[in-house]
Design a protein. Sequence first.
Length: 110
Amino acid sequence: MPNLGVPELLIIALVLVLLFGAKKLPEMARGVGRSLRIFKSETAKLRDEDETTHTAQAQTPAPAHPQPAQPQPHVIQATPMPSAEEQARQLEEQAARLRASAATQADKRV
């Protein structure tokens, strides 16, 4: 594949402007930048988690005499994580309560 020169890049830019419009291109670039930042931070977190588990495993010495495996108790989560809609509803209710308490405090001051 040949290298892209200035004329080719200008043609590509012109096609993009014609396809998406000049107003949408900066918004699309911002969206791509945000998603790349999120992706980068998540991969960094995964790397950090991997490094901590590897160092933790390397630091724990192997027992001299192997112990028989003891059954691990299963931890059951008492309440499942609410859905996004449920979280939004709870936040709206909390905001309404805060607005109401702020209004009653403002009424007491007057």
